[in-house]
Every structure is written in C-alpha cells, then in structure tokens.
Design a protein around this ligand. Structure first.
Ligand SMILES: [Ca+2]
Ligand SMILES: [Ca+2]
Ligand SMILES: [Ca+2]
Length: 160
C-alpha cells in the first residue's frame, strides 16, 4: 500500500486552508435589521464641530413605529455619566434583547459592548466605560439579539 507523502509546503498550504475555513465558519452571521425594522441616529456635538468630541445615539423602530431599543456613546463626563462610555436600553417586550458595540478606534474591530441579555424590558444596561484618547474617532452599532441571532444597524461614528 502506498501512501502519499505531503511536502512541507503542501502541508503548510493544507493547514492554512483549514485555518481559513475555520475562521470563515466561526464568523457570526452579520445581518442587517429584519425586514420592516428601521433605525435613526443622532450626533450631539460637545465642541465647535465634528473634529472634537461628539456623542452618538442610535434607535431601532418596528415597522409600526414602536421603539425597540436605544444605544448611546457618551464622549465626555456629564453629571453622574462617565465619558467614553456606552449604554443600551431595551424598550419593547418582544423577545429581542439589545446590544450596543463600540469600536474604540475607527475600523479596528469591535472592542466593547453593553447588553440587555437576560433582562426583561424595559431595561437599561449600566454605562460601560474605559478611557479613550481625547477626540479619537470611534464608531458604534446597535444590534437586536436573541440566542445566536443578531441583526445590527450600520456603524455610526462618534469622537471620544
Ligand atoms: Ca471627550
Ligand atoms: Ca426587547
Ligand atoms: Ca477596535
């Protein structure tokens, strides 16, 4: 019986191919909001213009205009609210939870989240804070989550 012996290069290619397949399989399905749902977003300047700190709010609505949830990025401390912080509220008893994700430096992958998983609506998460260099461009997105299902708005910018 003959056995095909793979050269080191071929073995490396085979291993790499397997790794790529695993990575592809493990990437969670990232879908836009379900049909009929819609989002709106607001930016709030903290300085003179969009080159310095500004906040971001995202809301998701149902097709019949009921508020599903809201996510925030707060750039600067305000009263008891910390700066560089995210928070999310679930406003509708619909079986969906809400998660807000923060990318702490634009386009470097999602770093931090706040979640309402495991809580009955209405529920707001605590602020999730962590220092970011002043005026850094960041982005947030708001997602509806249920089990392994996840539907997200586009990402919107803010500045820390
Ligand atoms: Ca700031
Ligand atoms: Ca809900
Ligand atoms: Ca990042």
């Amino acid at each position: 019986m003959t056995r095909k012996v793979l050269s080191p290069l071929r073995m490396a290619i085979a291993t790499l191919t397997a790794m790529i397949l695993v990575v592809a399989a493990q990437t969670p399905a990232q879908a836009a909001l379900p049909s009929g749902y819609w989002q709106e977003t607001f930016a709030s300047l903290r300085g003179a213009d969009y080159t310095t700190s500004y906040d971001r709010e995202i809301r998701i609505w149902t097709s019949d205009d009921r508020l599903v949830g809201v996510g925030w990025f707060q750039s600067d401390p305000y009263g008891a609210t910390p700066g560089d912080a995210i928070r999310v509220c679930d406003q509708l008893a619909d079986g969906w939870g809400l998660e807000v994700w923060l990318d702490t430096e634009y386009n470097t992958g999602w770093d931090r989240k706040a979640s309402t998983r495991g809580y009955n609506s209405p529920y707001c998460s605590p602020w999730a804070s962590g220092d970011i260099v002043e005026n850094t461009l960041v982005q947030i997105k708001l997602c509806m989550v249920k089990g392994t299902e996840e539907y997200c708005t586009p990402a919107y910018t803010a500045r820390a």
